[in-house]
Ligand binder design. Structure first.
Ligand code: 5RP
Length: 292
């Protein structure tokens, strides 16, 4: 119990020194609550403002795709190099050691697979996400697709549930077979996610006018890698996306399907966090690969 007498008199009120308002470094995030900011600060490095997310949630729609046949062998060794892990709850419990203590972008929507029409999805239970200590909830949003309204309802529900517990939501812009990945479409899809309250948006890079996509999106954008490209092309895509306003990558196949995935994720890190140019990052990739 505090003593009633004999205490030192309070005197250090810092008169004349204005209180530091502590601005926040992520765009569109200044007015979020403390818990969400704390979680986003685990995903986006507070020094670089950037992130390298490793996506290996593909199995929920694609099954054991190349590189994910044995995630315990191929993905677990990559985990220490990622800033954030994007995965299903199955993979999380099966191959991610809880002692790793990395932020998790949990695949929160689930439904149809590549064998039928994609994006006919529901969302998980928020208590399960809290139980798993998820940092971000990743939800597919299929703008212009057959299940557009359903996926926007899923996004809305997720944001409402996440906000209740201070979890961030990642809107993942799906691209239907009939839709083009151009700036017009991607900026609309990203903006719809942000306007509905997504804290972060994951979308694809497009070679023309990607700046319009990032600038029209009031919250941080991370890019998906898409199908496997030659290493230099993937590193160039990451460099261009960052230079045009993306806050990082959420990359899967271009890392885990590379000849040397551990070298590749380090090369991607060099681009994202150290501002490395693609040719130098490729040199790093080759050096690390040949050192084995
Ligand atoms: C699929 C996803 C994937 O996680 C995403 O596409 C990232 O992987 P890749 O870099 O292989 O495209 O969101 O639903």
């Amino acid at each position: 119990m505090a003593e009633a007498t004999g205490n030192k008199d309070a005197k250090d009120f810092g008169i004349g020194t204005p209180q530091d308002n502590q601005g926040y470094y992520l765009k569109g995030s200044a007015h979020l609550d403390w818990g969400v900011k704390d979680r986003l600060s685990r995903v986006f490095n507070p020094v670089s403002g950037k992130t390298v997310m490793l996506a290996f949630d593909h199995g929920y729609i694609m099954g054991p795709t190349r590189g994910l046949e044995r995630m315990d062998l191929t993905i677990t060794p990559l985990l220490p190099y990622a800033d954030c892990l994007m995965c299903t709850r199955g993979a999380l419990r099966q191959i991610v050691p809880p002692t790793l203590n990395k932020p998790i972008s949990l695949r929160y929507s689930a439904g149809s697979t590549v064998l039928t029409e994609l994006n006919d999805e529901c969302v998980m239970d928020i208590e399960e996400a809290v139980r798993l200590n998820a940092t971000m909830l990743a939800v597919m949003v299929a703008i212009g697709g057959a299940h557009e309204a359903l996926t926007i309802r899923n996004l809305t529900k997720t944001i409402d549930q996440g906000n209740r517990y201070g979890l961030a939501t990642l809107g993942v812009t799906a691209v239907g077979k009939a839709l083009t990945r151009d700036a017009r479409y991607l900026s609309m899809a990203s903006r719809v996610c942000a306007e509905n309250g997504a804290h972060v948006v994951k979308t694809y890079y497009c070679a023309e006018d990607f700046e319009q996509v990032t600038h029209a999106c009031p919250v941080p954008i991370v890019i998906a890698g898409g199908k496997k490209l030659p290493e230099l092309d993937a590193l160039t895509m990451a460099r261009n996306a960052l230079d045009q306003g993306a806050c990082g990558v959420d990359m899967g196949r271009n890392i885990f399907q590379a000849d040397d995935p551990i070298a590749m994720i380090q090369a991607v890190r060099a681009v994202v966090h150290d501002g490395e140019q693609p040719d130098k990052a490729l040199d790093l990739y080759e050096t690390l690969k040949n050192a084995k």
